[in-house]
Design a protein around this ligand. Structure first.
Ligand code: HEM
Length: 131
């Protein structure tokens, strides 16, 4: 007879301290994927102001880019996009059987590379917002 184990809900966030690197990678990938889908709607809304007139579009962009919160959200968006791309490429390689034994290390590498790219982008994203 087969044995069954009571593992409770693996997804139970109350057990986050027990999560492995792979579990965090799974959560971050889902989170970043759906944030990108959400951003698509904002992106289309902003671009659609160009349908009014080029002037309305320019004013919209200038107003948005003048706000510190928008610049910070842009840095967050970059972090989300870069992590999703790097981790997504890692997953595609794993699906091909490449790097199966180094899954944890490549996940940490995606996180570190994402962090480095985001930190390097900060001066560009914040340029001109303080004055
Ligand atoms: C170079 C760019 C990208 C790569 C390499 C990539 C890669 C992947 C991969 C491999 C998966 C499947 C993960 C799995 O096996 O569970 C995935 C899931 C997903 N991606 Fe991407 N992706 C990219 C860009 C995007 C963009 C631009 C969006 C949104 C506009 C997006 C949204 C999603 C969503 C919503 C999921 C499903 C998340 C879930 O499991 O619920 N991805 N991506």
């Amino acid at each position: 007879m087969s044995q069954s184990y009571n593992r409770d809900l693996v997804e139970d966030f109350g057990r986050w301290q027990e999560f492995s690197a792979g579990m965090w990678a799974w959560i971050f990938h889902k989170f970043t994927g759906w944030v990108l889908v959400g951003y698509l709607f904002t992106h289309i809304a902003v671009l659609s102001t160009a349908l009014e007139s080029p002037g309305v579009y320019t004013t919209t962009i200038q107003t948005l880019e003048g706000l510190l919160i928008v610049r910070l959200l842009e840095i967050g968006l970059l972090a989300v996009a870069v992590f999703h791309i790097l981790n997504g490429l890692r997953l595609l390689f794993i699906d091909l059987g490449v790097g199966l034994e180094s899954q944890d290390r490549t996940f940490y590498a995606s996180l570190i590379l994402t962090g480095a790219i985001v930190v390097a982008s900060v001066p560009t994203f914040l340029a001109g917002v303080f004055g």
